[in-house]
Write a protein that binds this ligand. Sequence first.
Ligand code: F6P
Length: 541
Amino acid sequence: MSPQPRCDRTAAWAALAGHFEAHGRGLDLREAFARDPGRFDALSLQAPEVFADLSKNLLDAATLRFLLDLARECGLETRRDALLAGEPVNTTEGRAVLHTALRAPRGMAAPTPAINAEVHSVLDAMLHYAETVRDTARSGITDVVNIGIGGSDLGPRMAVLALDAFVQPGLRLHFVSNVDGHDLARVLRGLDARRTLFIVASKTFTTQETMANAHAARAWFDAEGGTDRAAHFVGVTTNLQAAAQFGITRTFGFWDWVGGRYSMWSAIGLPIAIAIGAANFRALLDGAHAMDRHFATAPLERNLPVLLGLLDVWYRNFHRCASRSVAPYHQGLERLPAYLQQLEMESNGKGVDLAGEPLPYGTSPVVWGEPGTNGQHAYFQMLHQGTDVIPVEFIAVRTPTHTLAGQHAKLLANCLAQGQALMQGKSADEALRERAPTASATLAPEVLARHRTFPGNRPSTTLLLEALSPRALGALVAMYEHRVFTSGALWGVNSFDQWGVELGKALCTALLPRLESGDAQGLDGSTAGLLHRLRAGSAPT
Ligand code: F6P
């Protein structure tokens, strides 16, 4: 693939900057809706399983036109096609990036028949094994502990919670990621070694945290009188040799073209498959594949991941928004913000372009959030009245799986109300006309009204799912993956490496023996001081 222009070196970028100064900065959502009764219809779309209302974003038809020009000038379609064809788009590691191949239906020729056959052979074996574990009467397994971190934890953990309604009763799934022994110790408490299956999930099988937990789990298993380790430890890795050295005989492999944060569709999804079963796991893959097709074929102006990625660029580089808040109005999506933190920030948190040149503009925003109603009673204050404008992404699900009367309507009303409040705001006059619920005896009414004013015109996107089914979750997550690809492609970064995690790992390896020995020679003053304080018994009084 020939190099594509970087976003800031295009004519569309300059045009967008002019448009932002002339119209974008001053766009008022309330006026835009008043002027155009068709705004909702024009700026909402149905993608596979995901309906998106983009109409409460700070854009108009011209903004969209300029953003689409930018995408075309940056060669987004060429870059997308190169990704899907298996070209080595991860240039710093010389690798293809083919998570889409993991959910391609059996027999699909792309990217190659051989890859498709390999993927389905591992998938079949993994799902067959998952079904044998689920047959608890025969397997004797009641508790499954996934040991992994980052991409080997966040996807399965998020999905098992999200699909709780589909989890086989009587099976408990646990996730251990932290090298902090409190994590594993808490999970092991109350487990019966004879009824526990450990999945050691690590692409590299070298990650310190995972290896430490795997060794500790194995020691616990032996100490608890566990027998037949081979039946109680299973590996998921590309490093089959290291898994064998650890003593694992049953291993499900995957490939170096699967990035850790894009791996929940591979054998890394084993805990999901055990939890929800083979048919549901296949539905998860089908949903993701439907979104892949949408991303590959829908025109850019009706392509949901593309539009979301373009909005990310618009907010980050023109409105200068440093963060985006994700507010799922479904308890099952509790871990989605954490999952997205790795997906988005590890992918696009980069400071140089593909040629290694420092970037003169911002890349990944900080992505953060909590289930919506909980956030409302914590940080939404800042979203409504703080000094920073933070685009919010609401996710709502129309049909719940519980039958508790009245609660779902309340949840949905909360979701709608927050988007409405962010946009609508409340003027000082309106605040003055209202009677404050707790009127201050000391403040003049005008002063109090200013505290009770909401600026409004704060942007949000609302994503709607019909139900939180495996298929819908698959489509939703694939949508996020392609959105990250889109913004990363425009920013001209390599969204598929993660060199930024390496330095800390190396320094940790060097510090570990110093914690034992107390040797602080050559360390900076702060690290040396902290090391001395942390060494048992050596803290100064
Ligand atoms: O944090 C860096 C990272 O390499 C992630 O990209 C990855 O998902 C995680 O560590 C876990 O790696 P592994 O699956 O090799 O244990």
